[in-house]
Design a protein around this ligand. Sequence first.
Ligand SMILES: Cc1ncc(C[n+]2csc(CCOP(=O)(O)OP(=O)(O)O)c2C)c(N)n1
Length: 904
Amino acid sequence: MLSDVTTPQDLDDRFREALGALGGPAERRDPAEWLPDGGPLTGAQALALFDAQATSRLLDLAARWLRTFGESYYTIGSAGHEGNAAVAAALRPTDPALLHYRSGGFYCVRAAQAAGGFPAAPAEGRPAGDADPDDDPDDAEPEAPGPDGAEPADPDHQVPSSPAGPSPAADPDRPTGTPAADPSPGPDGEVDVAPDAGEPALGATPARSGETPDDPEPVPSPAAAGVAVAATGEAGPAGPALPAPDPGDGYAQAARDVLRGMVASAREPIAGGRHKVFGRADLAVIPTTSTIASHLPRAVGMGLALERLRRVGGGRRPGAAVPEAGGDAAASPWPPDAIVVCSFGDASVNHATAAAAFNTAGWYDHTGLRIPVLFVCEDNGLGISVRSPKGWVESTLRSRPGIRYFAADGTDPVEVYRVAEQAAGWVRRHRRPAVLHLTTVRLMGHAGADAESAYRSPAEISADLARDPLLATARLLVTAGYATGEELLARYDERGWQVRRIAEEVLDEPKLASPAEVVAELAPRRPVRVSRAVADAAARAAGPNAGARAEAFGGKPPELAGPLTLAQSINAALADGMLDHPGMAVFGEDVAAKGGVYGVTKGLRDRFGAARVFDTLLDETSILGLGLGAGVAGMLPVPEIQYLAYLHNAEDQLRGEAATMRFFSRGAYRNPMVVRVAGLAYQEGFGGHFHNDNSVAVLRDVPGLVIAVPARPDDAAPMLRTCLAAAAVDGTVCVFLEPIALYHTRDLYADGDGEWLGEYAEPGAWAARHVPIGRARVYGVGSAEDLTIITFGNGVRMSLRAAATLADEGIGSRVVDLRWLAPLPVADIVRESSATGRVLVVDETRRSGGVGEGVIAALVDGGYVGAARRVAGLDCFVPLGPAARQVLVSEEAITQGARTLLAR
Ligand SMILES: Cc1ncc(C[n+]2csc(CCOP(=O)(O)OP(=O)(O)O)c2C)c(N)n1
């Protein structure tokens, strides 16, 4: 009897009961045969789907069972969504996948495919009457790429006016198919393995001292039956027995992966106990975060990158090592014809990141660029307790320009497979985006603790149960003649015992037990390799690439161009980066044709082509998403955010996505990236707050993120080289924050002195002038004995000027340019401060949450015992016009601060 919520016990009982009632087919069909009536799967494939779905279901039960004694740390499951197993079956195991937390069935199929356990379709092909996934009026070869790999605009590139309509619901009463005339002999699975006599009985909880169950509901263990699993293979009179599940097969491996995730085992294959997530490098499953839909912009970026790399022939076999440094050929870890698949829930389609991703995929499609991404919306009609309004998901997904719409009843394995195959085939062939809208049900609520009865009626819950996709596959197997209900029940039980056994094994595995273990994969840095990479780049620039370099610079390399401004220096270093890293791409708003609003990327598109230097649409989330995807796909992306103020509306892509990738994949995946951001204030009041934003607090606490702020032209180029090398070598995510006000500054002390310009080092000097991450630069002014001024960005120029004034008063100072805001150059800070015993921190960001707080804390932590004082921006937004001076640090405030400090 059902209660008004679906408990694991209900679900399990009900499934068993329904299987028992299925009985057996009138005639047996060989599993090697196709489904009757032109079905797109063989019996063996349908059985494999059952195995995947059952494993996924049993994992959900296991999560809740483990939770009853406090050993599971995650109970969001896939029950009701297991139809997504057929999506995986319709894809290739080498198609990179970014999965929804309910895509458990998909994951199990992937694991089986990789283990060679998912049956291939027979070579002779499908029987007549089968729908050809290619019979598509829109089916035409993609056009040839345009010059530079930039695809031509395609006027015929229209979304069909009558996209696939809603699919009929699964038909539970579908008639039994006609058996084939001449069944070929099937594999001879003899007898199922009975559970060990010593296995615990139903629901028995391993004793764990000091733990109280936190769930009053009885929860069946995954080996729920406790009944001896009878010999299976009691085939009907006309057919062979079903092969018994192999205890070491891909489904069992998937179960182990997922269970390890639930119990936070350090042996979990992707996050090593840091998160419960679907991911495994050998399955091309890239971990996603729990922030719903935030992986979609990355998926679009991966699609764009895959296509770029395909066109330049950069495809690489999966599993091949990722090249570490510049000089490598741009390479993707996936085959050239791979497509990207990403799944998500129906409520997630409303999220800004999803909207951004759909829009970006459509926008590029509209321009004729290829983005082979299959979006899979698993629509159970609910986001926790909030309903998606009837028809909304379909209407919003259908109306996305440039994205082809496919729909299927996600509870019907045959229909899911058929439509997924069509959708994936379409994306693969056309290299264009599509969405597959699967209607699913949600069984057992949102997560373990969710009391559905608060917001759903018993009738509604019961209606979902009637559409159980696992039962649908069982029914299909029985009605088509491949199995009896009893056999499937025995099989379910056998999988249940497998899951139970593995659950108990992983319980005893080690957890992450020390801070060092936890942070080991956060952002490992190998400064020696980075400096070697810079030296190697220099050797290439001076050696084999010298000709190309001379040509790219029009015969006049930047070292011969005379002193450069900050903007010119960055421009030259970007060009050198592009020459050295074939996978490097520069993109953002206005960076290509215009060359950036401040001219920093001027000429790069002409020199390196539209495929590597391109304008994006106006959406920072998507700009970063393109970078994330390109990085994972093997490129070296250098996106530009036009103004620091506009990073804030997209920062989760940096914080939640970019910075976490290594951490949640133990380095199996990385998104090397150097995000150039124009920012900070001091533009004489021009443009107001949004062009003078001086807040970096939101970046400074992102674990592992490197923040560079070059103040001087002769620092900018080496720092940019360091960031590019660190991205290539360690997968480092860098923010390169460029002070707008210094871009074109030429003078330091007096008009025309040209002291803020800098020579660009010739390649032979790059190694010697290498600037490691986290090393400051120190300027001595006067005796340099009285005072240490610690600053960065615009503060460096103001402090040097103030120091000159102080020197005239006989006060000697050392001005420390931090250069790196994360990690802070702590050793340099402490050493230079201790040298004078008086520290003035000049912080152009805000007093609260500003960089100065970090500097003072570093001094305290480092044992500094002298005097310290801060001048910082007000806790205020920057106003327009001269009023800006009222809130920003001024040269006068610095000299005054120094005098006050010295007067103590
Ligand atoms: C950006 C964000 N906001 C809120 C949440 C909390 N949250 C987790 S799951 C969920 C509902 C998601 O619903 P849907 O996308 O339909 O997926 P479903 O769980 O139904 O499969 C919410 C609100 C989150 N994870 N991410």
